[in-house]
Ligand binder design. Structure first.
Ligand SMILES: NC(=O)c1ccc[n+]([C@@H]2O[C@H](COP(=O)([O-])OP(=O)(O)OC[C@H]3O[C@@H](n4cnc5c(N)ncnc54)[C@H](O)[C@@H]3O)[C@@H](O)[C@H]2O)c1
Ligand SMILES: O=P(O)(O)OC[C@H](O)CO
Length: 322
């Protein structure tokens, strides 16, 4: 029998200490910094709000990691283009969002801005609060450049954080991004106390929806069944630690979106992602009924109860088409 270690072992990547810049000192940037430091790496944590210069933060680094929220990605890329990033170092993007101006993903923006660098997507079921407590978790690092993905795997992998590589950056990134829209719907479902049957139906049909649009945009079907797809959806749709879930839950309890976002005080990417996703779905003519109800809810066009009714009263059809 072939041993797992025979398939998995890889001695080609060194695990000597590296120097990283992590952009974004919010919840996720700080947790990633903790994971890298745990492995003995040096981390320059940069934020527009901290008193440190971006130019100094990227000086002589081996890996650049971006954990800034979507609204800061394009502007940070522009800023970095005026500076001297070390040649060919991997750029890791850990943002889960869609750019409202271009409708592109963060990895597409980074790829356009730094075409000479390998781009690695890091995404998975990773609630930062659990990771900072040292609880076990797993993630995926995906790139068309497998060597770059392996370097990033070594940087973050430890006995508390299991890191898998993947060849499908688009599928990995879209799984983590699109599930935020579904997490809002899941929060509504729980806030309205619709029950376990309803929640299972919602998540299962949502996965079909994510696969429909995610594969159209270039992701691979199997990726959406993995950690960065189904795995992240299960985490985010079942945890009150998730800010996107809390948005839906708050709306179901009668709060306004503005109230919920003020109370959160940090990024719930699903709100912006829903608007951009609906723009893409209209443009590409892809039906995404659950996300459409979330869109109407966020844009004050429907109540949570009416959104549920609308989903239940859709035309009857087979679960799968042959
Ligand atoms: N928190 C988590 O558990 C978690 C886990 C995985 C992925 N993510 C993703 O990571 C990203 C960041 O999430 P977070 O939880 O750290 O959010 P956060 O609100 O805690 O931090 C956001 C960070 O982005 C920076 N930022 C925002 N706008 C900026 C701009 N215009 N220019 C430069 N920097 C800007 C902020 O200064 C801050 O450092 C999101 O896309 C989120 O979906 C978060
Ligand atoms: O708090 P959320 O909803 O942004 O979720 C955080 C992560 O994406 C979970 O993997």
């Amino acid at each position: 029998m072939i041993q797992d270690s025979t398939i998995m072992s890889d001695s080609s990547v060194s695990n000597e200490p590296l120097t990283l810049a992590i952009l974004g000192a919010g919840a996720w940037g700080s947790a990633l910094a903790q994971l890298a430091r745990y492995n003995g790496h040096t981390v320059h944590l940069w934020s527009r709000r901290l008193d440190n210069s971006l130019a100094e933060s990227i000086d002589s680094i081996d890996v650049l990691v971006s954990a800034i929220s979507m609204r800061g990605v394009a502007v940070t890329i522009e800023q970095l283009q005026t500076l001297k990033l070390p040649d060919k170092i991997p750029i890791v993007t850990a943002t889960k969002g869609l750019d409202p101006d271009s409708t592109l993903t963060p990895s597409q923006l980074w790829g356009m801005g730094f075409s000479d660098h390998p781009i690695v997507v890091l995404s998975g079921p990773n609630l930062s609060a659990e990771i900072e407590q040292g609880l076990p978790a797993a993630t995926v690092v995906a790139s068309e450049d497998l060597e770059a993905a392996k370097i990033v795997q070594q940087v973050f992998a430890s006995n508390r954080f299991r890191v898998y590589t993947s060849f499908d950056p688009m599928g990995t990134e879209l799984g983590g991004t699109l599930k935020n829209v579904i997490a809002i719907a899941a929060g509504v479902c729980d806030g309205l106390q619709l029950g376990t049957n309803a929640k299972s139906a919602l998540l299962t049909r949502a996965l079909t929806e994510i696969i429909r649009i995610g594969t159209h945009l270039g992701g691979k079907t199997e990726t959406f069944f993995g950690l960065s797809g189904l795995g992240d959806m299960l985490t985010t749709c079942n945890s009150a630690l998730s800010r996107n879930y809390r948005v839906g839950y708050g709306l179901a309890k009668g709060k306004t979106l503005e109230q919920v976002l003020t109370e959160l005080g940090s990024t719930a990417e699903g709100v912006n992602t829903t608007n951009v996703l609906i723009e893409i779905a209209h443009r590409e003519q892809i039906p995404i009924p659950i996300s459409w109800q979330v869109y109407q809810l966020l844009n004050h066009q429907i109540t949570p109860q009416k959104a549920v009714e609308a989903l239940m009263e859709r035309d009857l059809k087979p679960e799968f088409y042959r």
